[in-house]
Write a protein that binds this ligand. Structure first.
Ligand code: ITT
Length: 222
């Protein structure tokens, strides 16, 4: 089993990464090693911030590690909150306040404003001291209200595009029922599913993080 440190303080990210990487990996948190992985994320891009987080933990441990920096880009808001997603409503990680601010900023633009958005993740892997980068995006839109109790962060207001779900169905990713399969969640067609409505393996199958971490796993398995 390969041991790797995930330089994050976000338990939601850890849960997803462990599920995506599977049983071949033991994923540790900085806290499991008795170190403080927290560092100021003052980079100008997702890539810089993920590099800052990974270098911080590598500097303290010398162990192979990776970090993820994620942003939600809303087109009608000029790409905001983007790299400021964690602190959109102020310092701290209050996802409820961040979602409330995002919904109210979109509200201000009026009912006809577009709601298209995407999650973007950049993962930095430090392996034997060398740095490697992987990214992933998922296209979608911002719901008018929160829905679902799964996931974390902005998941209750992010609706992945049908095309993203379809792509995964067609490629036969695990965890995704075939079209028309009886096990498909029984939900009214009219109400689009948010990431928080989906079981974790279905979110992972299409998500920004799923794409980036699967690319990293393929690289590690080469
Ligand atoms: P670390 O830096 O410790 O990894 P963080 O939560 O601060 O954790 P980011 O800066 O990457 O991580 O996250 C930016 C924001 O986006 C933050 O508010 C997260 O809750 C949110 N976020 C990240 N991934 C998400 C996902 O898959 N679904 C919904 N929201 C997400």
């Amino acid at each position: 089993m390969k041991r790797i440190v995930f330089a994050t303080a976000n338990r939601g990210k850890l849960r997803e990464a462990a599920e995506i990487l599977g049983p071949g990996f033991e994923v540790l948190l900085p806290a499991d090693l008795g170190i403080d992985g927290d560092v100021e994320e003052n980079g100008a891009s997702l890539k810089e911030n993920s590099l800052i987080k990974a270098r911080h933990v590598y500097g303290l441990t010398g162990l192979d590690c990776f970090a993820d920096d994620t942003g939600l880009e809303v087109d009608a808001l000029g790409g905001a909150p983007g790299i400021y997603s964690a602190r959109y409503a102020g310092e701290g990680h209050d996802s409820g306040a961040n979602m409330a601010k995002l919904l109210s900023e979109l509200e201000k633009l009026g009912p006809d404003a577009g709601r298209s958005a995407r999650f973007r993740t950049v993962v930095t892997l430090i392996l034997g001291g060398k740095e490697f980068f992987f990214d992933g995006t998922v296209e979608g839109s911002i719901a008018r209200e929160r829905s679902g109790s799964g996931g974390f962060g902005y998941d209750p207001i992010f609706v992945p595009d049908a095309a993203e779900l379809e792509l995964v169905r067609r490629s036969g990713e695990t965890g995704f029922p075939a079209r028309g399969d009886e096990s498909e969640p029984a939900v009214p067609e009219a109400r689009p599913l948010t990431f928080a409505d989906l079981p974790e393996e279905q979110k992972n199958a299409v998500s920004h993080r799923g794409k980036a971490i699967r690319a990293m796993a393929a690289f590690l398995a080469r």
